[in-house]
Ligand binder design. Structure first.
Ligand code: ADP
Ligand code: MG
Length: 701
């Protein structure tokens, strides 16, 4: 890359790449030809005309029509990055880090440039852009953070919000913010992309109604089959159906939708085993696709089966086992068969308990249709639904906006920071429940992020700088006072990472034994710290950490992710003036300090033992019964626990818990938070707290 301002890609006149000076490879022309056949390219003229004439445009096109990868390039070609005599950038916001990365890498490949030069991306813990980057792919969260530094987002000439039909909480709030910004910056253009026609609400939200451009569809008929009866074990049914398609149906790849990451991994394992017995029918290549896989692995879903070898005179077939991300965000080519379990993992929030949990629920009717059409993108296809037809009759028509079922704490803090003081009257596309908003404000007040008048505090400003939940942020901010900055940082990084423990089906015992080697008797947070320390020790001793991880059934991906997150968070902590202090490991306060620090962030997530025999706890203020999750490394059942999250399966479980002392609650939580009257009568904690307070008063007096 030269020092001069990079120019937008011109149609290649000679065979030299104007962005790098290097000659184009044959692959460039191969991809260019493919790109130019995409529906988005065909709609180029209409698109540019409407962009020119309007400040906001909504564009709808089927998955795979080239919205994400082609439209930003078309805007650059047309010179949209130059505005009012200045070179600005074009921003494209994706709802997940996986979609962000995938799009950025794909365009770099199409243009034959290095990531972070002309095109780049920003996710939570990674920034692969430079001052010269003209096309910036961002996660929704990353755009929030940029808005904090640059409220009018003046570095951009065009902002593209992708996948708006998904109505994620963050995209909804960004629409609200951008609506305000556009009033102050009439030259800023906003492009909203959708893979579904359900965008009326979004269109109507903008002044005068945003115009709609629909890219013509090019889909083929899809034949739909339902199961006769409800499948109890949809995973087994799914694997069976894949085998059936592979052995009886003509050529064409398979896309299988399952709701949970674990199930996807398990299905892949089963299918790989199964494929050995089906070699006579051709090779079956198995690929997984969900958020959290390493990017290189997810890119392998795009491998073209046509280029793979023949087996037994039969062409190779690919099966992609995917989460809902494959529904619209990542369109895989060559799919002829879709197998759909009809389920999705969704956020659910209960404002009363303040807890957000993930639940598996039936998909909406519009999602079911969307999944079906994916089988007909290149030729007529088939869709096998693993549920009876009548089962879907009471499913919701469409996706219920996520903002109505989310914990709003982070979003409200961001809005406060951006100067939207009256969040209750913020111009939402669909307003969340007043109760959820009040809960968020109350939580922020307890954490000290906003004061009693609702104004953001110094702690609140610091928390905004840290790209983690406000509770973890609070823990990091308080860490120097508890003399455990380095340890809190490691725990925070581990909590933000992927699941650490691998649970291979065929080595369950060995995996549990390995886990026990790191167990800290005081709790899971400290176990995580042990694992992190052991991992770093391996590296320091010059060993290959991947061997260590494999031997101990630890996910190396999770560890690498935690390392990156830790470095990133450490840099921010230092830049906002938080000191890196540790207690000496030999000091008997080493672990108590860390446990106190956990309480300083998570005092709203305390459980008190109700029945030792059943392992039943009650959530401290709410009184709700919760059980200790079997995955815990705690060998006993402590009377008081601070916990990181709730998981809902057959019961409500607390996950990642660490033993604490009730005195700490009184000392560390805001004054009055644990007044016995505030504690549910159902909880035995009320009596215990009363005694503790009485004892305290005796001491003071
Ligand atoms: P849309 O955003 O409209 O769903 P995309 O721009 O993502 O469409 O995709 C356009 C085409 O490029 C599709 O055929 C898709 O399969 C292909 N494609 C997208 N990303 C990749 C990738 N990382 N590798 C290979 N092909 C890709
Ligand atoms: Mg897209």
């Amino acid at each position: 890359q030269h020092n001069q301002t990079p120019q937008p890609p011109e149609p290649p006149r000679q065979n030299q790449n104007p962005l790098t000076g290097a000659p184009y490879t044959p692959r460039f022309y191969y991809l260019l030809e493919k790109r130019q056949r995409l529906p988005a390219w065909m709609a180029r003229q209409d698109f540019l005309k409407l962009m020119q004439a309007n400040q906001v445009l909504v564009l709808v096109g089927e998955p795979g029509s080239g919205k994400t990868t082609q439209l930003p390039q078309i805007l650059l070609d047309a010179g949209y990055h130059v505005q009012m005599g200045q070179v600005r950038a074009i921003c494209c916001v994706q709802p997940t880090p996986l979609a962000t990365l995938s799009a950025s890498l794909r365009i770099c490949e199409e243009l034959e440039v290095q990531v972070g030069t002309f095109v780049g991306h920003v996710t939570r813990f990674e920034d692969r852009t430079s001052a010269d980057t003209l096309l910036r792919f961002l996660t929704d969260e990353a755009l929030f953070r940029e808005a904090m530094e640059d409220p009018l987002l003046e570095r951009y000439s065009v902002i593209i919000l992708d996948e708006v039909h998904q109505r994620t909480c963050e995209l909804d709030v960004l629409m609200g913010i951008l609506k305000m910004v556009m009033q102050r910056r009439p030259e800023l253009k906003l492009l909203l992309l959708s893979s579904s026609m359900e965008v009326k609400k979004v269109q109507a939200y903008f002044e005068g109604g945003a115009p709609l451009l629909q890219i013509p569809n090019r889909t083929f008929a899809v034949e739909v089959f339902h199961c006769q009866d409800a499948e109890k074990d949809y995973l087994k049914a799914a694997v069976r159906t894949v085998a059936q398609v592979h052995t009886t149906e003509p050529e064409g790849d398979i896309l299988l939708f399952l709701p949970l990451e674990d199930e996807i991994d398990l299905a892949c394992q089963l299918l790989r085993k199964e494929s050995v017995h089906m070699m006579n029918f051709g090779d079956l290549q198995v690929r997984a696709l969900y958020v959290g896989l390493p990017i290189m692995e997810t890119q392998r879903v795009f491998d073209q089966t046509a280029q793979m070898r023949m087996t037994a005179g039969k062409p190779c077939r690919k099966v992609v086992v995917a989460s809902a991300i494959a529904e619209t965000s990542l369109a895989v080519d060559g799919i002829t068969y879709v197998i759909d379990a009809g389920l999705v993992k969704q956020r659910a929030y209960n404002p009363r308990t303040r807890m957000e949990v993930n639940v598996v629920t039936p998909i909406s009717k519009s999602s079911a249709l969307q999944r079906t059409t994916l089988a007909g993108r290149q030729r007529p296809g088939k869709c096998f639904r693993l549920y009876p037809e009548q089962a879907s009759s009471d499913w919701p028509e469409k996706v219920y906006p996520e903002i109505m079922r989310s914990n709003l704490t982070t979003v409200v803090l961001m809005l406060k920071r951006l100067g939207f003081d009256d969040v209750v009257h913020f111009d939402f596309v669909d307003p969340p429940s007043p109760e959820a908003l009040m809960r968020a404000l109350e939580t922020l007040n307890f954490l000290g992020c906003i004061d009693d008048n609702g104004n953001i505090t110094e702690v609140g400003n610091q928390a905004c700088r840290l790209p983690v939940d406000p509770q973890i942020a609070k823990m990091l901010i308080e860490a120097p006072q508890h003399r455990c900055s380095n340890e809190a940082l490691s725990i925070a990084a581990m909590l933000c990472s992927l699941p650490v423990w691998l649970r291979p089906n065929d080595a369950f015992r060995a995996a549990n034994e390995a886990k026990a080697r790191f167990a800290h008797m005081d709790g899971d947070h400290l176990t995580l710290l042990n694992v992190f320390h052991a991992y770093k020790q391996q590296i320091q001793d010059g060993h290959d950490p991947s061997r260590f991880c494999a031997e101990n059934f630890i996910s190396i991906r999770a560890m690498r992710h935690a390392e990156v997150a830790r470095d990133h968070l450490k840099r921010i902590m230092e830049s906002i003036g938080l000191q890196m202090i540790s207690t000496d490991f030999q000091d008997k306060e080493y672990y108590p300090n860390i446990r106190r620090c956990l309480v300083s962030g998570f005092f709203m997530q305390i459980a008190c033992l109700e029945s030792e025999k059943r392992g039943a706890y009650s959530m401290l203020r709410e009184g709700q019964e919760v059980m200790l999750h079997p995955s815990t490394s705690l060998g006993h059942r402590p009377e008081w626990l601070v916990f990181h999250e709730l998981a809902l399966s057959s019961k409500l479980f607390v996950k990642t818990g660490t033993q604490i002392k009730p005195e700490w609650l009184v000392d560390i939580a805001p004054r009055g938070y644990f007044d016995p009257q505030k504690i549910s009568e159902k909880s035995s904690a009320r009596g215990k707290m009363e005694k503790l307070m009485a004892r305290r008063q005796g001491q003071d007096g």
